[in-house]
Design a protein around this ligand. Sequence first.
Ligand code: HEC
Length: 180
Amino acid sequence: MDSFEWNKVFGAFLAMAFLVLGVTFLSDGLFSSHSPEKPGFEIAGGTAAVAATAAPTEAEVESVNALLAEADLAAGEKAAKKCVACHNFVEGAPNKVGPNLYGIVNRAIASSDGFGYSNALKAYATDKVWSYDELNGFLYKPKAHVKGTSMGFAGLKKTPERAAMIAYLRSLAATPAPLP
Ligand code: HEC
């Protein structure tokens, strides 16, 4: 065969190759493009949607324990502005609408002298102290943590803010409680 014929053979071969490629490509596009119907993704999306709408239970309140050592006390003092209408933070200062919070970490629950606690908090208090975990749960959503509490406050939902708040509360003591 001369080179002219070789070109024809080669050309035919190329054309066939392109045809095969093209068909593969097309059928991929037509029939396989729907294969990523990934049921996994849909389930994941569904789960996320459920998680976003369901109210977090107590067990799901994110712990602040690991954040306390590094927490920003200034941010905690700022967060405390949300409490001062009802609480004093100064040692020996009177109770207001809410009890004085000086030295609250590890203090017995419902134990500020002369404060009229709700029956709900008194019943909840049995032998419990305001540990870091108790404060974390209560401050996340008071009315969920202690059903029937008279503390009319929605809660601190942001974990870093709650951590700063609790670290600030910890600092309000002659001898701050040991870190968890
Ligand atoms: C609208 C008023 C109000 C606000 C705002 C408020 N509290 Fe209270 N708080 C109360 C009342 C009232 C109680 C007593 C609850 C009971 O007896 O059920 C209380 C109780 C508490 C207790 C338990 C004290 C104890 O002696 O057992 C803690 C801790 C506490 N509050 C922390 C806070 C913090 C921290 C903030 C701000 C982030 C805050 N509260 C905001 C009214 C308030």
